[in-house]
Design a protein around this ligand. Sequence first.
Ligand code: PMP
Length: 394
Amino acid sequence: MANRLNWIQEELDTLQQAGLYNRIRTIGSPQGAWLVVDGKKSLNFCSNNYLGFANHPRLLKAAQEAINRYGIGPAAVRSIAGTMEVHLELERRMAAFKKVDAAITFQSGFCANLAVIPALVGKEDVIFSDELNHASIIDGARLSGAKIIRFAHADPASLEQVIKEAAGTYRRALIVTDGVFSMDGDVAPLDKIYAIAENYDILLMVDDAHGEGVLGTGGRGIVDHFHLHGKVDIEVGTMSKAFGVMGGVVAGKPVIVDWLRQRGRPFLFSSAVTPPDAAACIAALDVLEESTELVDRLWDNARYFKAEMKNLGFDTGVSTTPITPIMLGEALLAQQFSRSLFENGVFAMALGFPTVPKGKARIRVMISAAHSRDDLDKGLEIFRKVGRELGVIQ
Ligand code: PMP
């Protein structure tokens, strides 16, 4: 191997030795309560498919019809020739679902964050950012060139403190927080954060990737959960989790959406989601607007599983949502736990540094409406077996 590549191999070896090398498994079936992982049928506790939409017949049918009508790809960036009726329809529907006036879609939630943050703040500005915000928020913030000031996780007092300290040092400011924190499953105190944003007249943005389809009435998200419609300036979302498809969205005031059509770089320089993606997202909205059944089942499942895990003696951290971390501490233990689960037919990922802080490795169980009670009981049984074998529970 060429010398100039040696350092990469050394870094990879270091990751292997520390138990931090992520060996990515291969899925050979649709996402659902069960799936085929590396050729083996396994109970799925890994996906963000909260409502089972990733293989829902209504979404599949909508995608197939869209292919017949529009073909497979948009064939251009949207501002040149890639905006199709189906993209605009999705944006109208998304805005209506979230009870705001406008929405713009992107290729992914990651792209939405890379688009919106640099469009709103720049070198002379500051971003007040929760210290546990998602990587895509951090990258969007860095890309903007604004000064990033972190506040203590989910702590309004800390936010207010850093705002006071920064007074007079900037042109514009943006407060940004995840809605549901993806590693811990806790919910941002958005009502209190909004009160501070309002008091100091600062733009407020929430990334609701794990709140959409989960929180609020019929899965309308964190803004609905806190009854803050029209008050939070920017709601970022993704269609890759509860919606089961792919794509990102920014919802809020028309002036922001209009500005993103002019200045959101992933919108201007990268092609849109495909027509079948967009049509499937519209079908997901149809299902969500018709009934709260799937969202209700998701929460029933999440409450049941978490309570039973606690009864078994596991530490599920601070989660109040269907994201259920099983706190284990050391990365090697978490990896070993995940391997044993897999050998016993359960697919649940170990998360270690840098995804979570050092010493806070965990297994993250993602509960879905697609799970039956039987599935959950089977999972609980295997967690009990592996937990005892590895000395995590009595
Ligand atoms: N924001 C948050 C909070 C997320 O958890 C994720 C996905 N891990 C994203 C954004 C990115 O979403 P997408 O997969 O659509 O790019």
